[in-house]
Design a protein around this ligand. Structure first.
Ligand SMILES: Cc1cc2nc3c(=O)[nH]c(=O)nc-3n(C[C@H](O)[C@H](O)[C@H](O)COP(=O)(O)O)c2cc1C
Length: 318
């Protein structure tokens, strides 16, 4: 029992390495024996820019994927039930950890990549990504029931995507409530264990060639790479179940990217505004809703964004 407890602690610590919108870490976990219950924490939801909790559930989905891989690393089989209760939309999943076989090499690689993955907001090398890496990321998304639509440097639609990103950023900058919400989670004191500290916000683009989020406290302008590959993660529908799936797909493809030393950053303001989200979907002729927009490339190792302690996110039921 004690051994399992130590394993569960390692598994939950890996879960918490997941990316989350503004590093809100919007999950709350209960452990009873070999059963983990993951709830979304509405106190950590961006109620204004994410009123339906879409990004909150994407973040929780990423947490779930890490838990799955970390459990496999411990030779446990995680049995997930996603959104088990129609009446309780905050109950994201229950996970039962059963004795399992040793992890295979792919599972082990992804589990090891969890601690190495980090959002890289600085400019990448100006070098397109290798086709085999992109294909592996697309397979990763597909394995979680999602689709990764690449936008290559040569595609004309890239300019339209950039103009929508710019429009969404300008609209958010005019929105006082959005600004206040962002301030609560960004440029946070360096001893805070959630939110994003100023030195990790990265610069804004000098010439609008790369999709990056314009944080209020962004560190000046920089010339970004001209030829990063952009990618849009797409799910079949737009329900809470799709959002959790998007989060699992996101973390899976980011971990695969990490194994190839490929880094990512995101520009999701364009998806937080319903109009620009709709326009982005049309521009890319997507027949399903876009959930994440990212840029991918080779770059420097970013510093880690802090996480809450395991105890802070967990209550143990005995
Ligand atoms: C749903 C979602 C939306 C995000 N949107 C952005 C974004 O627009 N800009 C950005 O720089 N990072 C974005 N991120 C990345 C988070 O800020 C990042 O995961 C968090 O700060 C933790 O840092 P890490 O990824 O380095 O561990 C997003 C992450 C998620 C899951």
């Amino acid at each position: 029992m004690e051994l399992l407890d130590a394993r569960i602690e390692r598994i939950l610590r890996a879960g918490a390495h997941a990316p989350s919108v503004h590093n809100t870490q919007p999950w709350q976990v209960t452990v009873r024996g070999n059963r983990i219950t993951v709830r979304a924490d509405p106190a950590r939801q961006l109620r204004h820019s994410d009123p339906h909790g879409r990004e909150m559930l994407i973040s929780c989905g990423a947490f779930l994927f890490n838990v799955r891989m970390a459990a496999r690393r411990e030779s446990l089989t995680p049995v997930l039930t996603v959104l088990p209760d129609r009446e309780d939309r905050l109950l994201v999943a229950t996970i039962e950890l059963l004795p399992g076989l040793e992890p295979d090499i792919d599972e082990l690689e992804l589990a090891v990549a969890i601690a190495r993955r980090a959002t890289t907001r600085s400019p990448f090398d100006d070098q397109p990504l290798d086709a085999d890496v992109l294909q592996a990321m697309q397979v990763a998304a597909h394995d979680e029931g999602a689709l990764l639509r690449l936008v290559q440097p040569s595609e004309p639609v890239r300019a339209k995507v950039m103009s929508l990103v710019r429009r969404a950023e300008a609209l958010a900058a005019e929105d006082a409530t959005a600004r206040d919400e962002e301030k609560a989670w960004t440029a946070v004191p360096s001893d805070r264990r959630d939110g994003i500290p100023q030195d990790l916000l990265g610069p804004w683009t000098f010439d609008d060639q790369a999709p990056v989020r314009r944080f209020l406290a962004s560190a000046g302008n920089a010339r970004f790479e001209q030829r990063s590959t952009m990618a849009v993660l797409v799910t079949a529908g737009d329900t809470p179940r799709d959002w959790v799936a998007a989060g699992q797909a996101l973390e899976r493809l980011l971990l695969v990217a990490t194994t190839y030393f490929v880094r990512a950053s995101f520009a999701t303001t364009v998806l937080e505004n319903p109009t620009t989200r709709h326009d982005l979907r049309q521009a890319l002729s997507l027949d399903a809703p876009p959930q994440m927009l990212m840029r991918l490339g080779y770059g420097t190792t970013p510093p880690r964004t802090r996480r809450r302690s395991v105890d802070d996110a967990i209550s143990t039921d005995t």
